[in-house]
Design a protein around this ligand. Structure first.
Ligand code: PLP
Length: 476
């Protein structure tokens, strides 16, 4: 494909995406295909001869779209959001066009320095501690996902606790390491603990309070038990905005326990972190000055296409010391000078795309105030919906309503809640998911899609109320 053809086909592809944006609301939100249906619509063998670009685009409509769940639909209220936006998509296209590998400063200085600058911007935008800034010995990096970032935090903490011995002699070096997080933490923490060789049995799931936040007294007790059994506590993850209910762990109290016992404190604010763009939500980050590392995902609620997870450490030498490699074939003068950041040492992969471009485009296109407006709109709509749920005698709120997530259930119990969710999703008009809180089945409705406005949330509520009514009638 020469540049001239690329220009022409590129316009067609951009038109296809723009058309998709215009019609995304018309599709059933959750895909309705059966397992194997998409695959069976594809040929068994790849084409020997070139096919036309037009045929490719046509197959997107016919074969791919039916198997797509429309995450960008304004009626998508499931999981947590995964926003895209025009400037972010276009920046990703440019990143692909440049096709650089930013593993070393010298393999594309702009890739590294633009990233350093946008993560510094984010420190100010979110009111994060200055300790995370490069000039204070910290620093930020864009990782694929929060899962990758948390794994890196665990590995850095493991090396700190073992004086680098785990890297040398294996994860068993330095005694039986123990990590802590709340019983409501995301599964990525358990995954990281397993990958880092700590062992799942050495991850303590600390009990939570009535609002599903970690209980510092229970954390303290668990640490003391492990110490008296001769084990080596080394790592705590606090969550700011848990996946099930957006509970916020008391970071300040957890942090002072970590300081007392010299444990690494990692803070996972995967989705909720974005809310700190608004000064009125900065309280979410209270105590963050005690954290050794912090992650949030612009690819969730900040109009930036997946993948883009922003991760900071207080002491970058701890991270790079744990992850650095230095083969002859990557040696170069700039790295040897010690004056540059080589991001290969900040995460698992060596190669890395020019992901900073999309953050740069998004922040400049919307301005910080534009991003704040998005958060405020979603928070206001979620509150409106929570009020409706609170007024309806057939439903009840299942957790304190924080930010943009409403957790609720049917008062008749799990079976009624499950049926309510199934009927709502089968309608195709909206998509919600569920969780379990206090051992009970709970519907989660998260308002976070870029295109979601008042009319979508009102329509969602109308559908929820109507379906709850139909359910009652059916049972009566
Ligand atoms: N942490 C929390 C609190 C989450 O809610 C999620 C995903 O929803 C993650 C981590 C994992 O995010 P990622 O897909 O970026 O690994």
């Amino acid at each position: 494909m020469n540049p001239e053809e690329f220009r022409r086909r590129g316009r067609e592809a951009v038109d296809w995406v723009a058309d998709y944006m215009e019609r995304v609301e018309d599709f059933p939100v959750r895909s309705r295909v059966d397992p194997g249906e998409t695959r069976s619509a594809l040929p068994d063998e790849p084409p020997e001869d070139p096919e036309s670009f037009g045929a490719l685009l046509a197959d997107l409509d016919e074969t791919v779209l039916p198997g797509v769940t429309h995450w960008q639909s304004p009626n998508f209220f499931a999981y947590f959001p995964s926003n895209h936006s025009g400037p972010s998509i276009l920046a990703d296209l440019i990143s692909s066009g440049l096709g650089v590998q930013g593993m070393l400063w010298s393999t594309s200085p702009a890739c590294t320095e633009l990233e350093m600058q946008v993560v510094e911007w984010l420190v100010g935008m979110l009111g994060l501690p200055d300790a995370f800034r490069f000039e204070h010995g910290g620093g930020g990096v864009i990782q694929h996902t929060a899962s990758d970032a948390s794994l890196c935090a665990i590995v850095a903490a493991r090396e700190r606790a073992t004086g680098g011995e785990a890297n040398e002699r294996g994860a068993g070096a330095g005694g039986e390491l123990v990590a802590y997080t709340s019983a409501q933490a995301h599964s990525s923490i358990e995954k990281g603990i397993k990958i880092a060789g700590i062992g799942r049995r050495n991850l303590r799931l600390v009990p939570v309070d009535d609002a599903f936040a970690m209980r510092p007294d229970a954390l303290e007790e668990a640490i003391r038990d492990d110490l008296s059994a001769g084990r080596v506590p080394f790592f705590v993850t606090a969550t700011v905005g848990t996946t099930s209910s957006l509970a916020v762990d008391p970071v300040a109290e957890v942090g002072s326990i970590c300081r007392e016992h010299d444990l690494w404190l990692h803070v996972d604010a995967a989705m909720a972190g974005t809310a700190a763009l608004c000064p009125e939500h900065r309280g979410l980050h209270e105590g963050l000055e005690l954290a050794d590392s912090y992650v949030f995902n612009p690819h969730k609620w900040m109009l930036t296409n997946f993948d883009c997870s922003a991760f900071w450490v207080r002491d970058r030498r701890r991270l790079t010391g744990a992850l650095s490699i230095d083969p002859e074939y990557l040696r170069n003068e700039a790295s040897a000078s010690g004056e540059v950041v080589d991001y290969r040492d900040w995460h698992v992969p060596l190669g890395r795309r020019f992901r900073a471009l999309k953050l740069w485009f998004v922040i400049r296109h919307y301005g910080v105030e534009g991003l704040r407006r998005l958060v405020r709109r979603h928070v206001e709509l979620a509150r409106w919906l929570a009020d409706r749920v609170g007024e309806d005698p057939r439903l009840e709120l299942a957790a304190p309503v924080r930010l943009n997530l409403v957790c609720f259930r049917h008062v008749d119990g799990d079976e009624a809640s499950r049926e309510l969710l199934e009927r709502l999703n089968a309608s195709g008009e909206l998509f919600l998911t569920h969780t379990e809180l206090d051992g009970r089945y709970v519907l989660r409705l998260c308002v976070g899609q870029a295109r979601t406005g008042r009319r979508h949330v009102e329509a969602a509520w109308e559908r929820i109320a109507r379906t709850a009514g139909e359910l009652d009638a059916g049972r009566g």
